[in-house]
Design a protein around this ligand. Structure first.
Ligand SMILES: [Ca+2]
Length: 288
């Protein structure tokens, strides 16, 4: 289900203590992601919740912390998308390793969608993955960026302050190989680009080597599983900015993450429970 709440040619500025809300019908137990953005060209964010009832109210509220009440957040487009958690492929322990399932993206959003910190795998806008750092990562699409596979991928931002990770099922003492695509987003990001890739007790610094024939390369990390669950994680080694404005954050692109055994190729939302405070002291609450 996708519900788009177009605001027409106008956006809403929320003054102190102001809020806008809408009742939405949701499927009990299902996972939903809310994407919202400022006026064209501004950053978009996504945030997810699990429906505990069929009636939900999505509320955007400014909790009123601004000294200047005219400086409130501006809300433009809002969309709610029902997420599905892809099945784990037989030959790959990573869920949603191709990042194709994720939050709604507006076609006119040229800056992708920022995914803020979310430590709960069950209420992640990016099924299977968590953003475990205090900075956001960027969900990008192939309409506006270079994407190694399919239509979606992740661009890592803010150096080691932007980390995505997943706990994957493994068999203790067996050898495994983590493989993934590492590339550039085609957004004039200043090189060098590199990721730190973690798989169990292995950590590897991998530099992207520009190749005029491709926008990405394949990288891998070998490891031996120590337990039945192994952490796979990525962050950008450098703190990159775009060369055209020298200020917008950018970084390496990760896609098609796979973990295979070597040699065998083959929200719950309770009442007022969840909220998210972003810049401008914007508070998003889902009331059920
Ligand atoms: Ca992809």
């Amino acid at each position: 289900m996708i519900l788009i709440v177009p605001q027409g040619a106008h956006a809403v500025r929320l003054g102190n203590d102001a809020e806008i809300s809408q009742e939405v019908k949701v499927e009990k137990g299902a996972l939903y992601s809310v994407t919202f953005s400022g006026p064209h060209g501004w950053d978009s964010y996504a945030w997810a919740f699990q429906a505990s009832e069929e009636d939900a109210r999505v509320v955007f509220r400014n909790p009123g912390m601004e000294d200047d009440p005219t400086c409130g957040p501006i809300i433009d487009d809002i969309a709610i998308k029902k997420l599905f958690v892809p099945d784990k492929p037989k030959d790959n322990a990573v869920v949603n390793g191709d990042f194709e399932e994720g939050p709604w993206m507006f076609r006119n959003e040229s800056l992708g969608v920022l995914l803020p910190t979310n430590l709960d795998e069950d209420t992640s806008s990016l099924p299977g993955w968590i953003v475990e750092s205090n900075r956001a990562v960027r969900y990008i699409d192939s309409y506006h960026f270079s994407v190694p596979g399919g239509k979606r991928a992740i661009e890592l931002l803010s150096g080691k302050e932007g980390i995505i990770s997943q706990m994957v099922q493994t068999k203790p003492n067996k050898p495994y190989r983590l493989t993934f695509s590492l590339g550039h987003a085609g957004d004039a990001c200043k090189q060098p680009l590199a990721v730190m890739a973690f798989a169990g007790d292995q950590a590897q610094n991998i530099h992207y080597t520009p190749n005029s024939n491709s926008t990405f390369q394949t990288a891998n990390v070998n490891f031996t599983a120590k337990a039945e669950r192994t952490r796979v994680a990525f962050y950008s080694v450098y703190y990159n900015t775009r060369s055209d404005d020298m200020s917008s954050l950018c970084g390496p692109v990760v896609d098609d993450v796979r973990v295979q055994q070597s040699g065998s190729i083959g929200v719950r939302v309770g009442g007022l429970g969840l909220f998210l405070v972003l810049c401008y002291q914007l508070l998003v609450v889902v009331l059920i």
